[in-house]
Design a protein around this ligand. Sequence first.
Ligand code: VJV
Ligand code: CA
Ligand code: ZN
Length: 388
Amino acid sequence: ANGIVRPKGYNVSWHVNPEIEKHHFGNSHPMKPWRLTLSKGLIMSYGMHAAMDTFVTRQATEEEMRDFHTEDYLEYLKTAKVAMPDDDTPMPYNLGGSDCPVFEGLFNYCSMYSGASIDAARKLCNNESDIAINWSGGLHHAKKAEASGFCYANDIVLAILQILRKYPRVLYVDIDVHHGDGVEEAFWSTDRVMTLSIHKYDGLSFFPGTGDLERTGPPDENNPGAHHALNVPLSDGINDEQYIWLFKTLVGKCVERFRPNAIVLQCGADSLAGDRLGRFNVQVQGHGACVAYCKSLKIPLMLVGGGGYTPRNVARAWAHETSIAIGCDQTIDPIIPMHTPYRSHFRHETLFPTLEQILGDPRPNRNTPKKLDDIVQHVTEQLRFVNA
Ligand code: VJV
Ligand code: CA
Ligand code: ZN
């Protein structure tokens, strides 16, 4: 009745766990796992779950998490105590500061979103899914033995390691407004994973402060990882037209040279206009066009979440991208269904508010055509060194 049909001969799996959403980073912390509740409510009010295989995921085991993280770090994550209000004793592993607080149920939170990404990766490897989705994952800053930027366990690295058991090569693409430094670092010295992150970069303060154009892998040409890390540093205010052009051009070239067997796309929604932490003018349509392009390549695809600090826009983007995965994006009504939970949170009652509705005054675009051309030229030169 709602026009949502299961695509024939095409499987999309959706990996969820309602327990994840219940965690709190603390009052007024920008990372709100509750945005997952809002996203799920919107996806289900459209009836999209009828067109996917839905899996309620399990916690990753410690053994699975040790594929990337050290035993000591995991042990500390598990036993760390929530600090008393005015206790500011420093904690190890970059834990306990304002970005990465220790909160109630922290280890469960980490093992649940990691379990969802590992399960999604396994579905791709078994050929049981063509697209596997985990909106609770995408926590790209976490290091082997360190928390960073709201990320404690790196579910993306754990998922890629699973995929590498079956497939020779994985392309990782990251459209979060921040540099995907943790994933880049984990695969810095291998030619089996190519990483491409598009992000805001100002050479100084914007987190995490890395990801300049020259950072393309280890400088030693004998290191297999050389030329397999690609970075696209942008300035404030990039628009849909520029972003889509860059994304298709660069991902197209990466796929042509590197011939990946699977693509993992981190869909951080903080690259959207109006994000509390972001600086871009990308709209839900432009963000979604990146997902649609990856789908059109007909390579096994995993979609994970990531940042996104204006919950209503996160929910719009991830619901729209779910509709693209199952192929009903052209047929659903852009007006948000009446019965969507928390519908009043969607101030503009459409999936696709205009820039004026989102921002009021548009944010100036500091990305010149020449800057974008220089980026494409630089990446093209890097890719000449890549042979697959
Ligand atoms: O810029 C930073 C680090 C500081 C130290 C900590 N203060 C609070 C901020 C400056 C240098 N951290 C970034 C981390 C961004 C992480 C992005 C994660 C992802 O989207 O890429 C993937 C999930 C940062 N930017 C803004 C904040 N932290 C921030 C943290 C808060 C806050 C307001 C802003 C923490 C608590 C509270 N407010 C109450
Ligand atoms: Ca990025
Ligand atoms: Zn981010």
